[in-house]
Design a protein around this ligand. Structure first.
Ligand SMILES: Cc1cc2nc3c(=O)[nH]c(=O)nc-3n(C[C@H](O)[C@H](O)[C@H](O)COP(=O)(O)OP(=O)(O)OC[C@H]3O[C@@H](n4cnc5c(N)ncnc54)[C@H](O)[C@@H]3O)c2cc1C
Ligand SMILES: *[C@@H]1O[C@H](CO)[C@@H](O)[C@H](O)[C@H]1NC(C)=O
Ligand SMILES: *[C@@H]1O[C@H](CO)[C@@H](O)[C@H](O)[C@H]1NC(C)=O
Ligand SMILES: *[C@@H]1O[C@H](CO)[C@@H](O)[C@H](O)[C@H]1NC(C)=O
Ligand SMILES: *[C@@H]1O[C@H](CO)[C@@H](O)[C@H](O)[C@H]1NC(C)=O
Ligand SMILES: *[C@@H]1O[C@H](CO)[C@@H](O)[C@H](O)[C@H]1NC(C)=O
Ligand SMILES: *[C@@H]1O[C@H](CO)[C@@H](O)[C@H](O)[C@H]1NC(C)=O
Ligand SMILES: *[C@@H]1O[C@H](CO)[C@@H](O)[C@H](O)[C@H]1NC(C)=O
Length: 497
């Protein structure tokens, strides 16, 4: 028999919950905030995760049409003690744009899409309902550009809150480095500005940890002149052996330390070879300097690789053409077609400039890719992205000027494994396959190796996450969190709490 007291408590809790949601609905509807609830027929559609490994059921998904409505929604959620999260492009690897678990109030920014380019001071005001492809098109129409990643459907909200790396980043920095000021809705619904002079602590926090501190409704960014020309390059060598691929990583490290120009952006790409002991090795990137100097810039590195690539694709053209080529087959205009989801797990390692990967670590890593992938039925790829090297704007930013904590990075390595058919279920051994891949590097590196991990490749299984993601800034962020979001309204997996 269940004691009467427990029944009473249960009844009170149920009642309280029901009443809370009723109040939430009433507040939202009284203020005209469009909202979709689990009982609505389009709820399933608006609560789908990009990564189909996750299915979460939010309390509601709201679609504010103004900053005031964002404020109303946050305050209404906080009043009911709900977890509140923003969703910009919805591309969080662990579905944190849906709250990262059940029961969140999701504030979808997609109705806030204004982009204003201001020639007077070369800034642009970008509302965070925009996606990267649409931002690139709008800025380019005025001859301007900002650094950002390649996938056109990624939202500017999440991207600029945690980092934002693309092939212009060695010249211009991460997306978050271009932010001059922002409008932010705090956990109690207050609308504030953040800039070097106004709320400087908040300004620090939103450039590297924004999801934990507020809903950024717009960012004012410094823009750059769209480069007069661009060359996208893509070389692949199929089925190279372990020694050749290992040498290709080692010589990439050496090349990065030579006098390479900031207009050179690149990454190495690895995929499964045809048979055990082989990997496909790719070199992809873009060059935004004087076209006449492209070959001589890349030649010293190409010289270290096998003579005849399986495929060479060099695409010269305008700046915006390069953005389109890198986003292909997706278009830059994201209103023209829906996004396509995936089912995947991702990890990352950011290698320190001062302590490049050892030969032993590289060999173990490549051996793992070449051999272990034949015991995994995932569809995987690895990208070794060049953040640092000589003349990188990413590393030129003073460490303590923004929350982003990994300024001394040489490579950001992304390990990405999808289910073999890219739909659920996700195979259990996908996790151990990637864990082992990362371990192949770490087990062959010094125990005090000062590596990190990248929040835009967020991993909910990461051990020691606070240190790897936030590094020396974690303590400061923890104390700022208490001051700026004392009720922890913005809470989700891997946040600052
Ligand atoms: C196909 C693909 C390609 C990618 N390529 C790159 C790349 O080239 N370079 C790179 O750096 N990264 C890349 N990424 C990673 C990408 O930058 C992150 O997934 C990013 O966080 C997604 O942002 P979003 O707004 O789309 O996601 P969301 O899921 O909407 O948001 C991500 C996180 O940010 C929070 N958030 C969203 N909007 C706001 C806001 N306005 N204010 C405060 N918090 C907010 C959310 O609550 C959530 O915690 C890629 C991702 C994918 C899926
Ligand atoms: C699904 O929801 C998105 C917004 O999240 C919307 O753009 C799209 O039109 C919806 N699709 C359908 C079929 O309702
Ligand atoms: C840029 O100019 C706009 C007006 O055109 C102004 O509102 C904004 O504050 C300026 N930004 C900076 C960083 O000077
Ligand atoms: C990797 O596979 C190749 C080809 O089968 C084999 O020669 C080699 O010994 C393997 N290495 C390890 C460490 O398993
Ligand atoms: C650069 O090299 C490519 C081959 O890799 C060649 O097709 C092209 O003509 C070269 N360009 C110049 C300007 O030398
Ligand atoms: C070479 O690479 C390009 C760009 O990825 C691709 O479009 C083309 O199909 C490839 N060609 C071959 C022969 O694989
Ligand atoms: C994007 O595509 C939509 C729908 O096809 C169209 O209405 C809009 O004008 C396009 N935007 C740009 C910037 O080309
Ligand atoms: C809202 O929160 C901020 C940050 O904690 C605080 O400074 C401000 O006073 C709060 N406003 C109200 C109305 O409580």
């Amino acid at each position: 028999m269940i004691p009467r007291l427990l029944l009473n408590i249960a009844a009170t809790l149920l009642c309280a919950t029901a009443q809370n949601i009723a109040v939430l609905k009433q507040t939202l509807s009284a203020n005209g905030v469009p909202a979709v609830y689990p009982t609505d027929k389009n709820f399933k559609n608006v609560s789908k995760a990009f990564n189909e490994r996750f299915t979460f059921v939010p309390i509601a998904v709201v679609f504010p049409t103004s900053v005031a409505q964002v404020s109303t929604a946050v305050a209404a959620g906080a009043a009911q003690n709900l977890e509140v999260v923003a969703r910009s492009g919805g591309h969080s690897y662990i579905a944190n744009g849906l709250g990262g678990r059940n029961g969140a109030l999701v504030v979808d920014m997609s109705k806030l899409k204004a982009i204003t380019v201001r020639p007077s001071n070369n800034t642009a005001l970008i509302e965070t309902g925009n996606r990267l492809g649409d931002v690139a098109l709008a800025l380019n129409a005025k001859g301007r550009a900002i650094p950002h990643g390649t996938c056109s459907y990624v939202g500017i909200g999440g991207h600029s809150g945690y980092g934002g790396f693309g092939f212009t980043s060695r010249a211009w920095g991460l997306t978050l480095d271009t932010v001059k000021s922002a409008t932010v809705v705090l956990g109690n619904g207050t609308i504030v500005s953040a800039s070097p002079n106004v709320n400087p602590d908040l300004f620090f926090a939103i450039r590297g940890a924004s999801p934990s501190f507020g809903i950024v409704t717009s960012i004012e960014v410094q823009t750059f002149p769209a480069p007069p020309s661009a060359i996208v390059f893509e070389y692949t060598w199929n089925n190279v052996d372990i020694t050749t691929a290992s040498n290709g990583i080692a010589s990439f490290q050496t090349f990065a330390a030579t006098d390479i120009p900031p207009e050179f952006g690149a990454e190495l790409v690895f995929t499964k070879g045809d048979k055990k002991g082989k990997v496909n090795f790719g070199l992809t990137g873009a060059y935004y300097g004087d076209a006449k100097l492209f070959n001589s810039t890349l030649a010293p590195y190409l010289k270290t690789l096998p003579k005849n690539p399986s495929n060479t694709t060099i695409t010269p053209g305008s700046y915006i053409n390069s953005v389109g080529v890198l986003a292909a087959p997706k278009s830059l205009n994201t209103s023209s077609a829906p996004d396509s989801p995936d089912t995947f797990y991702t990890k990352s390692v950011m290698t320190p400039s001062g302590a490049p990967m050892s030969k032993a670590a590289i060999t173990a890593f490549v051996t793992y890719m070449a051999n272990q992938s034949f015991s995994s039925d995932t569809a995987w790829f690895v990208e070794v992205e060049l953040y640092g090297g000589t003349n990188s704007a990413i590393n030129a930013v003073p460490l303590d000027s923004a929350a982003f904590a990994k300024r001394d990075t040489l490579f950001t390595i992304q390990f990405y494994a999808s289910s073999s058919d890219h739909v659920p279920p996700y195979p259990k051994d996908g996790f151990s396959f990637l864990d082992g891949m990362v371990a192949s590097i770490l087990d062959n590196s010094p125990s005090n190796w000062n590596y990190g991990a990248y929040l835009n490749y967020i991993d909910d299984r990461l051990v020691n996450a606070a240190n790897l993601y936030y590094g020396s800034h974690f303590k400061r962020l923890e104390s700022l969190k208490v001051a700026l979001d004392p009720k922890n309204t913005f809470r989700f997996p891997i946040g600052v709490a």
